[in-house]
Design a protein around this ligand. Sequence first.
Ligand code: 5GP
Length: 194
Amino acid sequence: MQLLKDKIMKEGNVLPGDVLKVDSFLNHQIDAELMQAVGNEFAEKFADAGITKILTLESSGIAPSVMAALQLKVPVVFARKRKSLTQNSNLYSASVYSYTKQESNEISVSEAHINSHDTLLIIDDFLANGQAVLGLLEIAEQAGAATAGVGIVIEKGFQPGGAMLREKGLRVESLAIIESLENLQITFKEAVEQ
Ligand code: 5GP
């Protein structure tokens, strides 16, 4: 998606450890117009997939998910990283190792919001080693829900998550795929559009 790639080039900063900082439009401040375009792109790609709900992870997955949900006319469920006092004991949960925080988080979703009649679209901001998506897939499985595919805003194609998920037969649609962050330079993989 050219608009997204242009924004990454203009405002993205490469941090040591192969981390791309995009706090000005995705991870802290949110560019609502860009997120709307991102959401529309996901909605277009999965328009015929029979999606009944979008499943994402708080907090950075929420904005692109809500924008896609507006188009697909389905609700968004976000997995929580901390249990809220209002959450009862009926939870689906999975353990996710965070690439950027280098710690494991227990993520959870109330059983009230996903069930075996659902066909899910999983959306997240970044795909690196695939741990966040695996955790969301585990929650979908616990609910007996089908997963139609995965929508990723920025995939770091030099890390193994994308290949691992595609090898499982999952449909993974990434709107920008980064080939390398070597020497603090951002280069994209060609043929991003799948
Ligand atoms: P994974 O679980 O695929 O290893 O990593 C994906 C998660 O880690 C995303 O939910 C995202 O929050 C975070 N993440 C991974 N790499 C990056 C990165 O380069 N930049 C930012 N901002 N977040 C990242």
